[in-house]
Design a protein around this ligand. Structure first.
Ligand code: F6P
Length: 551
């Protein structure tokens, strides 16, 4: 196994460090957030900052000068700035796969015109050529017509990023091609897409880093079969391009060599939106928008490189994740975009955070004695307010929330956007302030309710408050702001992961499920050689019987 990732760490994240953090947390509970704002009129200004196209307000968190100093010292002790330096320098921080993690070099290509790595520069040159040929109609389908639709066939990191960005930019009149996404192996997905697209003018992107993913290969095979039938042609090659780190497998699958974009092996799936895996984005919104996405991320790269921990916003957010996870015992976090075109962000971040930080051994393979990545969830506001916000406000657990909003809407109707933003700001305010039972009781009594009844009802209506949140604002949702937002989350994840001592770049935990699904495929087709537990065997029988009864 390659190099460990403890570049520059001056201490371990040991139990005494964690105990000090817990003691600090216990002490900090004595000062409610409301109180902190009353005591310090400059608090909002002190704990907020512009960072590239984003404004981040983290003042509604359980922090003060002493806590931040302690957390920043932890960052230094754990060598976080040095790890970021190693990250930029191309060190193999992904030690279990012995791979580099030089994501800033991808963004450098967009902002500075070259990445410093020939393989990356040539990947983008091929991508730009392909994008231009499709968009100007030079590249056509098998019957000579220019493309009108693209279908990205990929899953996980080969789907979430392009899907998120295409959806986010769909609002802005930059799309010249209709974009569709097929991820799941559930045959309903590809079937329903195939019924809506024009065969002659659809381009399929088969996006798979490994080119071995079952879902993607099955959907691509189904799409090719459908296209051959529809066009009554055997050769439908001009309709299929591939994005992959395994060009030989794509070729063996039948993708034409000149239609394969090669992505360097070290680019991990959930971090691949910056690479040629962003092809659907560039095709639908243009290469300039794709570059703007990367330039937004580059602005965050620059910030992270130059800001000391005390002013380093992604680092502070990552340290807050450590603070809540290990000192407060919180293992859940909500992401609440008050922007319809960021509705896929929580799903994107689920893979980014949970596939990266869902680990319980250190980079060196030691079983960790502390909590690591928790659950990320959420949906667009205001929908969530009519669903799970009850739990955020009055549930028994504290769940830190991220509120994200843009200041301009692409669809202004009357006061609707203003009302959306008012809802966003009011939710974080209410989570923080809450409302005491005594105040509610008084109001009810003033309204004419009997004392006993008022006392009882007030208990149900009381809100504890003191629940922390971050608010992230952007002027308007565009490629640049979105790139910055995604990169902000990446660095936040890396910060927490480096403190925890885990490798956020591998995902060994998904492998066993893939292997066992092969066994189950055999069992469902009648292969009884692998013994199954009685529950699984019973489920298999049910499925086989249901299929038999349809024959
Ligand atoms: O199963 C998990 C995973 O390996 C993800 O990490 C990855 O993004 C996804 O599958 C898709 O993999 P590929 O791009 O190789 O098809």
């Amino acid at each position: 196994m390659g190099i460990t990732t403890n570049h520059g760490a001056k201490s371990t994240y040991d139990s005494s460090t964690r105990s000090s953090l817990s003691a600090l947390a216990k002490h900090s509970i004595n000062t409610p957030l409301n109180q902190r704002f009353q005591d310090d009129p400059d608090r909002a200004m002190r704990y907020s900052s512009d960072i590239g196209p984003l404004f981040v307000d983290y003042s509604k968190h359980h922090i003060d000068k002493n806590i931040l100093t302690t957390l920043c010292k932890l960052a230094r002790d754990r060598g976080i700035p040095e790890q970021f330096e190693a990250f930029r320098a191309g060190a193999h921080l992904n030690n279990t796969e012995d791979r580099a993690t030089n994501y800033p070099s991808l963004r450098r290509w967009a902002a500075e015109g070259q990445s410093g790595d020939d393989a990356i520069d040539s990947m983008y040159a091929d991508m730009a050529k392909l994008v231009a040929a499709v968009r100007n109609g030079e590249m056509t389908g098998a019957t000579g017509k220019p493309f009108t639709d693209i279908v990205n066939i990929g899953i996980g990191g080969s789907d979430f990023g392009p899907r998120l960005v295409c959806d986010a930019l769909a609002n802005q009149g930059t799309s010249s091609l209709k974009t569709h996404f097929a991820a799941n192996i559930d045959p309903s997905v590809i079937t329903e897409i195939l019924t809506t697209i024009p065969a002659e003018t659809t381009l399929f992107i088969v996006a798979s880093k490994s080119f071995g993913t079952q879902e993607t290969r099955s959907n691509a095979t189904a799409a090719r079969g459908w296209l051959r039938d529809k066009l009554n042609k055997d050769n439908v090659d001009p309709h299929f391009v591939a994005v992959t780190s395994k060009p030989e497998s794509a070729e063996a699958f039948g993708i034409r060599k000149d239609l394969i974009l090669c992505v360097p092996e070290w680019v991990g799936g959930r971090f691949s939106v910056w690479s040629a895996f962003g092809l659907a984005i560039a095709l639908s919104s243009g290469m300039d928008n794709f570059k703007a996405l990367l330039t937004g991320a580059y602005q965050i790269d620059q910030h992270v490189e130059h800001a000391p921990p005390e002013q380093n916003i992604p680092m502070i957010l990552g340290l807050l994740d450590v603070w809540y996870r290990n000192a407060w015992g919180i293992s859940s976090q909500a992401v609440l975009p008050y922007e319809h075109h960021l509705k896929l962000l929580p799903i994107y971040l689920q893979q980014l955070f949970m596939e990266s930080a869902g680990k319980s051994v250190s980079c060196n393979g030691e079983v960790l004695q502390h909590g690591t990545g928790g659950v990320i969830w959420g949906t667009e506001g205001t929908n969530g307010q009519h669903s799970f916000h009850q739990l955020l406000h009055q549930g028994s657990d504290t769940i830190p929330c991220d509120f994200i909003a843009s200041l301009q809407s692409y669809n202004p109707i009357g006061e609707q956007h203003q009302n959306l933003v008012a809802n966003c700001f009011s939710q974080s305010l209410v989570l923080m302030q809450g409302q005491s039972a005594t105040d509610i009781e008084q109001t009810l009594i003033k309204g004419g309710m009997a004392h006993d009844e008022a006392k009882q009802l007030a208990q149900h209506k009381a809100m504890l408050g003191n629940r922390p949140s971050t608010t992230i604002l952007m002027e308007a949702l565009n490629a640049n702001a979105l790139g910055a937002l995604i990169a902000l989350y990446e660095y936040r994840l890396f910060t927490a992961s480096f403190v925890w001592g885990i490798n956020p770049f591998d995902q060994w935990g998904v492998e066993l499920g893939k292997q066992i699904s092969q066994t189950l495929m055999g069992a469902l087709s009648g292969d009884n050689t692998n013994p199954l537990d009685s529950s699984t065997a019973q489920l298999v029988d049910r499925y086989k019987n249901a299929r038999k009864s349809k024959e």
